[in-house]
Design a protein around this ligand. Structure first.
Ligand code: PNS
Length: 169
């Protein structure tokens, strides 16, 4: 049983994220999607909400039975990967700067516990899609319906609406 860990902030999960998880499930027997609290970012959606959304949308895919969603414990990713028995961390990369960003983390994680990192090139259809841009477009009134699954689009609209406060409703 070869298990892969797909970590990320997923704030919010996008169709690009789903593509990476589904492709990881084609390479590994089981995939654990780990929702991180990135202390460098201030999230729009609470971590549990992001995890629930991922669970909902992944359960509806062909690989849903081999994918589970957990919250990262806030400690070392490499340690949690080892504790789960993961043979690899899988991440998507869209650009050369993504590769530059991920490479030192991949080498550090391997040094820490021996866990390997597999970087999957983003499908060109999603190469321009990031959670940050999705939030920006949605917050400026743009349509993100083709970039995120429908439950995520609804959650995003609700979160942006409550963030804007009662005066905007
Ligand atoms: O979706 P994001 O925000 O790019 O996800 C980044 C995340 C949380 C996966 C990344 O920051 C990470 O791997 N954090 C783990 C913290 C850690 O173990 N750091 C030390 C060794 S690299």
């Amino acid at each position: 049983m070869r298990l892969a860990l797909c970590p990320g902030s997923f704030d919010p999960p996008t169709l690009g994220h789903l593509d990476i998880v589904v492709r990881a499930a084609a390479l590994f027997d089981e995939v654990v999607v780990a929702v991180a609290t990135n202390h460098a970012k201030s999230p729009l959606l609470p971590a549990q909400r992001r995890a629930d959304l991922l669970h909902e949308v992944l359960a509806a895919t062909d690989v849903g039975e081999r994918v589970r969603v957990v919250l990262l414990d806030g400690g070392l990713l490499a340690r949690q990967a080892a504790d789960l028995g993961a043979v690899a961390v899988v991440k998507g990369v869209r650009t050369a700067s993504d590769v530059e960003h991920e490479t030192p983390m991949a080498l550090m994680n391997r040094r820490l516990t021996g866990v390997e990192t597999v970087l999957l090139n983003a499908d060109p259809a999603w190469a321009h899609v990031s959670s940050s841009l999705v939030k920006e477009v949605a917050s400026l009134g743009g349509d993100v319906g083709a970039l995120v699954p429908p439950p995520v689009a609804r959650a995003l609209a609700e979160a942006l609406c409550s963030q804007a406060g009662p005066a905007s409703r």
